[in-house]
Structures are given as C-alpha cells and as structure tokens.
Design a protein around this ligand. Structure first.
Ligand SMILES: *[C@@H]1O[C@H](CO)[C@@H](O)[C@H](O)[C@H]1NC(C)=O
Ligand SMILES: *[C@@H]1O[C@H](CO)[C@@H](O)[C@H](O)[C@H]1NC(C)=O
Ligand SMILES: *[C@@H]1O[C@H](CO)[C@@H](O)[C@H](O)[C@H]1NC(C)=O
Ligand SMILES: *[C@@H]1O[C@H](CO)[C@@H](O)[C@H](O)[C@H]1NC(C)=O
Ligand SMILES: *[C@@H]1O[C@H](CO)[C@@H](O)[C@H](O)[C@H]1NC(C)=O
Ligand SMILES: *[C@@H]1O[C@H](CO)[C@@H](O)[C@H](O)[C@H]1NC(C)=O
Ligand SMILES: *[C@@H]1O[C@H](CO)[C@@H](O)[C@H](O)[C@H]1NC(C)=O
Ligand SMILES: *[C@@H]1O[C@H](CO)[C@@H](O)[C@H](O)[C@H]1NC(C)=O
Length: 821
C-alpha cells in the first residue's frame, strides 16, 4: 500500500518533471468498480496513448476500467489544459437498499491531480421510486450555473428522465439542503479543478419515496433569521415541459417561513397552467398562480411544488419557465391574530382546546386569555407560540326537536366548512353533529354520493375521512368510510352523534357526503339499506361490533339484489351469547315474501353461506344475554344468477301447478260435497275457498305432463323442502319470541299483504298451514292465516326425505309464476 503510494508520488514527480521534456507519462490504477474517462474535447488535438512500441495506441479519449495499473502517455506538453478526467461509479437501489454510498476519495488518482476532475455517481432506483442522497452531515447550498464555491468543490445533480436530462441544480457545501431525492435515474457529480486536492467525504444513498415530481429537495431551515435561495431545474434555461418539482422545508419550532419569488419568467402555455402548491401537515393543498402573493407559513414544515404547463415553445420570445425563489425564516414571537367568520361554518360551532397545559401556547379570545375557545359569533382570536400538536380544533352542531312537527322538514346537510382560516394553529380535526329526534323518533342518514362502507380492522378506510356513529355518547353503532354500498342508515334513538374525522395528517375535507333527517319511528332499532355492487364484496357488521348488540335490540339490512343476480351471504364472524331470556335470531326473508328463507337461533348451528336471488331482509335480533354477546360480520357478494334456467323451468311448473290446483279444487269441492266425513282433506282446504297444494307434492305429478324438461336442477327446490323441515324442527315459523320487530302495537290484525300472484299467494298460505301444523302448542298471534289446522303427517314427511345439501342451501328462485326472464 505505502509502497504503491510512494511509487505514485514518484510518478507524479516524474510527471511534473517530464513536462519539461516533450510528453507527460503517468501510471494510473482505476479504483475497483469505477471507470476512468480521460478525454480531449478537441479530437484533432493532443492524444492520450497506451501500450509500448508496436502496440502503442493514441486517441483523443481513453477509457480505463480494470483495477490494474496502466501506463499512460500524452503526446503534448500540457495535456492538463485540454484533457478532462471523469471518474464514474454506479450505484443501484433495489426495493430496500442500494449497492453503495457516495464516497469522496482520490487516493488512487493522485497522478491526475493536475487535471480538471469530475467524480460522477450514476444512480438508479427501481421504477417509480426515487433514490435519496443524504447531505445532512454538511448540508448543501444551491448556486447558479455561473457561480463557484469557495472550497472549489462544486456539486451537480441531474435527473435522467425519459424526456431528457434535467439539471436539477448546482451546489456548494454547507447550507440548508439536507437531502435530495430523484425519481428513478440520475447522477450526482463533483467537479474539482486542476491542482485542487479532493476533500474526503461521504453521502449516504438510500431508497427514497415514491415521489410525484422529478425531484424532491429537502431543506432544513436554520433557527433564527435566515434566508435561502433556490432555482428551478435547468435555471436559467426553462424548467421541463409539463413537469413538477418539489421542495420540502423543515421549519424549526416557533419559526415562520415566507417565500418570495425573486425572478420569475412565465412560459406561454398550450395546455394546463403553471402553478405553485403549498402543502403542510393537516392542511389541504393551497394552489396559487405564480404571480399571486405567496403566503406566510407559520405552522411548521411545509412543501412547495412547482408545476409547469405544456408550453408553447415554438412561439418566438417564449423562453419557458424559470424561477428564482427565496425562503425567509424568522422566529415567531408576536401573536398571530385570527378572525373566524361564523357565517362560513355551515352551522357548526368551532371549539379550540389547548391540549397540553404546559406548552408555551397562549390563546386569547377578544383579548382574554383562555384554555378553550368556543366561537359562536364573529370573534378575534389570537395565538402565540401554538404548534399544531398543542391544540385541537373541532366543530359541533346539535340538531334536535321535541315534536315531529317541529323537526326540520328538509334534509340537513352534514358538511364540513371548506376552508378554515389558515391562521388557526391546527386544522380542523373533526366535526360532530348530534341529532336528537323527538321521543320514538328515528334518525335517517343518507349518503348522497358514493354511499358508505363499513370500516373494519381488515378493511380500514383508505380515504381521508372516517365517520363514526355513536348513540347517547357511548354506544358505537359503527365506523364508516365514504365510497361503499350502504345507502341509508336509520336508527331509532333519542340521541345519535355523527363524527367525521380526518385519518392521518390530512386536512378534513368532507363535502355534503351525508344528509340527516329526523323522522317518525321505524320497526327496528337499526335499519341499513344496502346496494351491493357486482364483484365488490360488502362487509356488514352488527351495530356496536366487535361488541355485541344491546339486549333485545333488532337490526335489519335491506339488501337489494338486481335482476338476474344473486347475493352470496357468508357469516364471516358470528358470535352467539347464552341467553337468559328469549333467543337471538338471524333471519333472511325476501322482500315481499311472507315466508322466511332462513332462520337460526343462538342454540342452532348457522350455515356458513347462503345464496339469495332477490332483494331481501337480513334481520338480527338479540335476546337478554346471560354471558357472551351477539354480533356478526356478514360478507355479501353479488354474482350472476346461476338459476336463470331453473327459474324458467319453475315458471312452467308453476303455471302447470295452477292448472292442476284448479282442477283439484273442482274435484275436491265435488268430493267434499259428496263425502263430508273424509277428515284429512280439511288439510288441503282453505276456508277462504282456495285449495292449496304444497309445491313439492305437486312436482312429481306435473313431471309426466312436462317430460321435455330436465329435472336435474330441481334439486334446488328440494332445498325448499329442507327449509320446511328446518322450520318445523326449530319452530321458526310462528315462534315469535325469537324475533319481534318493534311495531308499536300488536300486529295480529295486520292484513297479509302479498305483492305476488295467486299461485304464490297460494303457496304462502300453504306455508302458513304447514307452519301451524308443525307447531305443537305455541300461540301464533302474528300469523293471521293460521287456523290451527293440521296436515296429515305423511304429506309433509314424504318430501322431507328428499332434502339434501345441508350446508349450502341455495335459496334460489322457485315457483315464479311471472317467470324469471
Ligand atoms: C468520456 O468523456 C467524453 C467527454 O466528456 C464523452 O464524450 C464520452 O462519451 C465519455 N465516454 C464514456 C464511455 O463515458
Ligand atoms: C448568479 O449568482 C450571482 C451571485 O450569487 C449573481 O450575481 C448573478 O446575477 C447570478 N446569475 C444569474 C444568471 O442569476
Ligand atoms: C418537521 O420535520 C422534522 C423532520 O422531518 C420533524 O422532526 C419535525 O417534528 C417536524 N416539525 C413539525 C412542526 O411538524
Ligand atoms: C344540501 O346540499 C345539496 C347538494 O349539494 C344542495 O342542493 C342543498 O341546497 C343543500 N341544502 C341546504 C339546506 O344547504
Ligand atoms: C381505496 O381502495 C380502493 C380499492 O382497494 C381503490 O379502488 C380506491 O381508489 C382507494 N381510494 C383511495 C383514496 O386511495
Ligand atoms: C345526547 O348526547 C349528548 C352528547 O352527544 C349528551 O351531552 C346528552 O346528554 C345526550 N342527551 C340525551 C337525552 O341522552
Ligand atoms: C372475529 O371477531 C373476533 C373479535 O370479536 C376476533 O378476535 C376474531 O379474530 C374474528 N375472526 C375473524 C375470522 O375475523
Ligand atoms: C326484517 O326487517 C324488516 C324491516 O327492515 C321487516 O319489515 C321484516 O318484517 C323483518 N323480517 C323478519 C322475518 O323479521
């Protein structure tokens, strides 16, 4: 090592000595992993030669790569004046780390001290991410292209874009620039003039962020009063077309910063506009024209983004965009005064609370010092030394009425005020509306745009806001985010609060996403109206999840299923209590149907998956739990209905059934008139004068008449039989203590309403009969069509034997007289 150093020095001396004679002779050993480029821009001028005697080669430039000593000779007296030396190294960054760092050292290049040297590190990051160079040990200061640095070490940053290379800037050591990030590919180089020894140094290279600009420079502004100058990339030439550059400023505590544009040259634009954007923690972007006065920044760190338009460069006298800006910092000692205009608060009252009593933050309202501020009228506020983390800004509104006729008639918009004054030390963190309908009233929340999505631990909101519904200040109904499938939420309550808060550091932006109505009482404690979209699974959690539902409370989801689609319902997470009184129930009932499609109590095993082919109710009602709790998360997926063919077949079957039944009625009436003693025929006789026949019993009979149809798919209808059996076994039909929707009165006198055709009506009645027949004792006050009549046992049980597929019943369409297509 030391031997070679000595050799090199000797060589150097030889080199200096040999300038006296004609040619300069050097021995150079390129560093491992680096490439040496010795070149003369004048190809006809002085040459650099390698090899001896016959293998001697002379060229205008020479490239050395290997880590072995090479003897080099120049064929002129002063090659230093015409030759430049560039030392190139490559650093590549993968997903997590880079292959090296920028290390300034020229121990192996002493023979070249007499030349202008350029040390270049070519850097490459994976696509769409940036590489980052950390300058925090010394800092850099930007200079213009014609400036030089006192230590004769001048740095250059370049970005290699697909549209061409961009000179991000030139820099001298010591300054506020603490790091640089360049998108994808770029270079960092250091120019050292002839005779200047290279100072040792090191800058760490790491994987940067996924930046949205060609480069992002980070500046750490010093404490006290200072100013820093920055130039747009390529300065004084034009900033690249339609491109973006970002500077991020770390502003010390209790300091303010202001930006001034010293020299601005605007391009003529073909498309878009030039703009400057300010972003700071917790505030939205402030987008300004370049000619606008630039605002003072007094809430900590901020970023400044410069955007260029698509320029019209062909037009004469259009040199493009260039900007020279200066950032001034100074400590804040004077209070910041602030005016809040209540008329812009959307009816909300602003609350500002000091969080840490020990902080230096001093708040005043109308010159009176205070710890909490409530702004109800236009007031003068003042803040001194208040940092964003020192205070919390919230907004509140109470909407209530004692009687339904006093309630607001029009829907109330729940929208967050657009722009709070930037002089407030912190942005708005949340807005709360407390809605108080009259007694026995309902709060109805409708989402105007995009509906709502249930926010669950495995499905957090990726939007910037979260909506929390809380009753009586303690019971959480749920957390929701914008953009989902829940169209409407109805809560029978005295008091519910809707809190919209921002997630993360972003500003709370929430415009008219929800409207509220105070309405008359509804039948359930909670009703959610859900419109799932195809291919997007919807998760629905029971109110209060993961805690259980309140004792005896009921929740219903009305889930719309478009025609030719079916909903697959899976109980992702169901928890059942042990009940001390009554039972929990989980029911599915298609809208407009009288029979339930599915029903389970807490002591029965639930199906894991159910398919429903029409808009349906999914209802949950709780018991009085002894221990444990009742809660569930349901996943609903829409898919194309697989049962279209079946629906067609069944329509035909149903039509035939109608004919068959009509014939049977005639026959029965005739027989009955003749033999009134035949007892078991009562079971198929309805006092209303309609005779029914259970569908399953009818099928085999129609089969002969309908032999061109395949009955392979009829299995689905057998599930129906299975349900009948299930229903009988668990006593779901008519057992009213498992699920009792609140109706305010007993509905035993409520007439049966069926929107379906006669055949279906008949079928429904058949069920009523079956239900009642399968019950031994329980009273059936809510089932008006029960007549306590009993079927002859074997009529039902025949069908039962055919039931199968216990674990994934498909509640597909069946006996659809109107047809399925
Ligand atoms: C060597 O440097 C010259 C002059 O800067 C340049 O034209 C040439 O492309 C370089 N060669 C390589 C391989 O980088
Ligand atoms: C470059 O900077 C120097 C001093 O910092 C200034 O005098 C000169 O006008 C600048 N040149 C340009 C083109 O801005
Ligand atoms: C500004 O950024 C720095 C470094 O990123 C951080 O340490 C500091 O807490 C930030 N200051 C504020 C007020 O957010
Ligand atoms: C509520 O918002 C809607 C839609 O933005 C608007 O049409 C309506 O006028 C607003 N209502 C009130 C009372 O502000
Ligand atoms: C949220 O995520 C969904 C899908 O995961 C995506 O489509 C949507 O763009 C995301 N929204 C935001 C604001 O990131
Ligand atoms: C309603 O909720 C608010 C807070 O959200 C609480 O202060 C108030 O006491 C509640 N009123 C009733 C009647 O529960
Ligand atoms: C179900 O919910 C409980 C909390 O109530 C949780 O611990 C568990 O991980 C959940 N299971 C699944 C499969 O999500
Ligand atoms: C389910 O709830 C709805 C209200 O959304 C109600 O109309 C329906 O009768 C309930 N169904 C059952 C089976 O309880």
């Amino acid at each position: 090592m030391s031997v070679s150093r000595v050799t090199l020095q000797i060589l150097l001396l030889t080199a200096i000595a040999s300038t006296v004679s004609e040619a300069l002779k050097l021995t150079i050993t390129p560093d491992r992993g680096s490439t040496l480029n010795i070149s003369n821009s004048d190809v006809k001028g002085c040459k650099v030669c390698t090899g001896a005697a016959r293998s001697r080669q002379c060229r205008a430039s020479l490239l050395l790569k290997d880590n072995t000593p090479v003897s080099v000779e120049f064929d002129c007296a002063k090659p230093q004046d015409v030759f430049n030396v560039e030392i190139l190294k490559n650093i590549e960054c993968a997903a997590k780390s880079c292959t090296g760092h920028i290390i300034q050292s020229d121990s192996d290049l002493l023979p070249l001290l007499g030349f202008n040297r350029k040390f270049t590190w070519n850097l490459k990051a994976s696509v769409s991410t940036a590489f980052k160079i950390d300058f925090s040990n010394t800092g850099l200061r930007q200079i213009n292209a014609s400036d030089s640095c006192a230590d004769r070490h001048r740095y250059t940053l370049r970005a290699f874009q697909t549209t061409g290379d961009v000179a991000v800037g030139k820099y001298c050591k010591t300054g506020p620039i603490s790091s640089a990030q360049i998108l994808n590919r770029g270079s960092f180089s250091l120019d050292v003039p002839a005779g200047q020894k290279l100072q040792n140094g090191r800058f760490d290279v790491s994987v940067g962020e996924e930046i949205k600009s060609l480069a992002k420079m980070t500046l750490t502004l010093p404490k006290g009063t200072s100013s820093s100058e920055l130039l747009s990339p390529n300065y004084p030439d034009s900033f690249p077309d339609d491109d973006v550059m970002e500077w991020y400023f770390n502003v010390p505590d209790k300091h303010k910063a202001s930006v001034q544009f010293l020299k601005l040259r605007q391009p003529s634009c073909l498309k878009k506009d030039t703009a400057v954007e300010y972003h700071s923690r917790g505030r939205g972007a402030l987008v300004l024209r370049l000619t606008d006065p630039q605002p003072e920044q007094n809430q900590g760190n901020f970023s400044l983004t410069l955007r260029n338009c698509e320029m019209d460069r062909r037009r004469a006298g259009s040199p493009g965009l260039s900007l020279n800006l200066k950032v001034f910092t100074s400590s804040i000692s004077s209070p910041v005064s602030c005016k809040v205009d209540v008329s812009k608060m959307e009816g909300l009252t602003l609350h500002i609370k000091k969080l840490r009593p020990a902080s230096d933050c001093e708040m005043k309202i109308n010159s009176v010092p205070t710890e909490t501020i409530t702004v109800t009228s236009n007031s003068d506020l003042s803040f001194q030394d208040c940092l964003p983390e020192d205070v919390r800004v919230t907004a509140l509104r109470v909407i209530g009425c004692n009687q339904l006729k006093d309630c607001p008639k029009t829907p109330i918009n729940l929208s967050v005020p657009g722009l709070l004054p930037t002089c407030l030390p912190a942005p708005l963190s949340s807005a709360t509306w407390t809605l108080r309908p009259p007694e026995h009233g309902t709060v109805e929340l409708t989402s105007l745009s995009g509906y709502l999505k249930q926010s669950l631990p495995w499905l957090p909101c990726n939007d910037s806001v979260i909506i929390k519904l809380v009753e009586e200040d303690s019971t959480t109904v749920g957390h929701f985010c914008p953009q989902g499938a829940i169209q409407k939420v109805q809560i029978r309550t005295h008091n519910v609060s809707v809190t919209v808060s921002s997630t993360g550091d972003r500003a709370l932006i929430f415009k008219n996403v929800l409207t509220a109505k105070l309405k008359e009482e509804i039948s359930e404690r909670y009703i959610f109206t859900v419109s799932p979209k195809r291919d997007t699974p919807v998760f629905l959690a029971s109110p209060g999840w993961p805690a259980g539902m309140e004792s005896y409370s009921t929740a219903s989801w009305i889930i719309s299923v478009p025609p030719k689609m079916e909903a697959r319902l899976a109980f992702a997470n169901i928890s059942q209590p042990k009940c001390s009184n009554r039972h929990t129930s989980t029911k599915i009932q298609r809208v407009g149907r009288l029979e339930e499609d599915y029903s389970r109590r807490e002591d029965e095993e639930a199906e894991t998956e159910i398919t429903v082919s029409e808009t349906f109710y999914f209802n949950m009602s709780n018991c009085m739990p002894e221990r444990g709790h009742f809660s569930a998360v349901t996943k609903i997926t829409l898919q194309k209905s697989k049962n279209l063919l079946l629906m067609i077949i069944l329509s035909v079957v149903a039509a035939l059934l109608v004919i068959f039944v009509t014939v049977l009625v005639v026959v029965c009436v005739v027989i009955r008139k003749k033999k009134k003693k035949l007892n078991h025929q009562v079971s198929i006789y309805n006092p209303n004068g309609t005779v029914f026949l259970p569908g399953q019993n009818g099928l085999p009979e129609t089969r002969d008449d309908n032999s061109e149809h395949e009955y392979a798919s009829i299995e689905d209808t057998l599930v129906y039989t299975h349900l009948l059996r299930k229903g009988r076994e668990i006593g779901m039909y008519g057992e009213f203590d498992t699920y009792r929707p609140f109706t305010g009165q007993t509905d035993s006198t409520k007439p049966l309403v069926s929107r379906n055709s006669d055949a279906e009506e008949m079928q429904n009645r058949a069920h009523q009969q079956l239900k009642s027949s399968s019950q031994e004792g329980p009273p059936l006050p809510i089932r008006p069509l029960s007549h306590g009549k009993r079927l002859v046992e074997n009529e039902i049980y025949q069908a039962e034997g055919q039931s199968e597929d216990e674990h994934s019943p498909t509640l597909g369409p069946r006996l659809e007289p109107e047809g399925g297509n």
